[in-house]
Design a protein around this ligand. Structure first.
Ligand SMILES: Nc1ncnc2c1ncn2[C@@H]1O[C@H](COP(=O)(O)OP(=O)(O)OP(=O)(O)O)[C@@H](O)[C@H]1O
Ligand SMILES: [Mg+2]
Length: 268
């Protein structure tokens, strides 16, 4: 049975025994051991772990970019992978943001953001109006007609988030989206992302190397350990929202961050 009927309690994403082996010429790499994880509708989950523990692998399988070797993955009640085949109904609920904004340099910001809508056949005036609305949402209102090269790194990441939101997917998958930004811009982007998430009610899975980014953003932090990748610990972050930057100096925040730092050191 492929289609599970929708219900209020149905998780947005369910991984059951999801595993990944990469086939290389000399020897296969076991990137992720069989993994179970459910992400609730509207939840903010952060994947954290040492380099090479399989965070990107997990995210790319959920994003429909690489097929799991085995296991079952459902997105909004739809089976995403049928063997190596990706099922388009499930992919339409997913938006992805990577470490580099990956904007097309020959398109204006608004045309970059509206590109997924153009591919869907939306008329030009309608998609431009949508692009303008999204620019305002992500805080780059007024920059619609600029070229990507005229924007700062943080602004380009905002545009990439707007593009991922353009076709209104229920789920946003983000792989180190702020990894290339300086610390101050990154703090500002974390605040913005929390606001966008609270405004839109999206389900988010975000990958990061930053413990403070993880604690600041997450409802739940999934800590992965390497060789082969597997879930080591799941940490709930019960700090109320909206969280302000100052929350980072509170006892509650620092206790969670310290526990994560110690665990990360133990498994790295
Ligand atoms: N296309 C590939 N072919 C072969 N092995 C791969 C491939 N992609 C990733 N791997 C291996 O799979 C493991 C997990 O890689 P992955 O990129 O998922 O880790 P990661 O947690 O995202 O690391 P980082 O924090 O450095 O981004 C690593 O051992 C990596 O070398
Ligand atoms: Mg990675």
């Amino acid at each position: 049975m492929d289609h599970v009927p929708m219900s209020a309690e149905q998780p947005a994403i369910i991984l059951s025994g999801i595993e990944k082996w990469y086939g290389t010429r000399d020897r296969p790499v076991h990137a992720l051991s069989p993994t179970d994880l459910s992400v609730a509708e509207g939840e903010f989950v952060v994947l954290l772990g040492p380099s090479g523990c399989g965070k990107t692998t997990l995210l790319r399988m959920v994003g429909g970019l690489i097929a799991p070797t085995s296991g079952r993955l459902t997105v909004e009640g739809q089976l995403l992978w049928q063997g190596e085949q990706r099922r388009p109904e499930a992919v339409s609920e997913l938006g992805m943001v990577f470490q580099d904004a990956n904007l097309f340099p020959w398109l204006s910001i608004e045309d970059n953001i509206a590109l997924p809508l153009e591919l869907k056949g939306m008329a030009r005036t309608e998609r431009r109006a949508k692009a303008h609305e999204l620019c305002r949402l992500v805080g780059i209102g007024g920059f619609e007609r600029r070229w990507p090269r005229e924007l700062s790194g943080g602004m380009r990441q905002r545009a990439a988030i707007a593009r991922a939101l353009s076709y209104d997917p229920k789920i946003l998958l983000m792989d180190e989206p702020f990894g290339a930004l300086d610390a101050m811009t990154r703090d500002a982007m974390n605040l913005e992302l929390q606001r966008i998430w609270m405004d839109t009610g999206k389900t988010i899975i975000l990958v990061t190397h930053s413990i403070s980014e993880a604690v600041f953003l997450a409802d739940r932090i999934v800590l992965l350990s390497p060789r082969p990748g597997k879930i080591d610990t799941i940490v709930h972050v019960p700090i109320p929202r909206p969280r302000r930057s100052e929350v980072q100096s509170t006892r509650a925040f620092q206790d969670i961050a310290l526990a994560l730092r110690q665990r990360l050191a133990a498994i790295s």
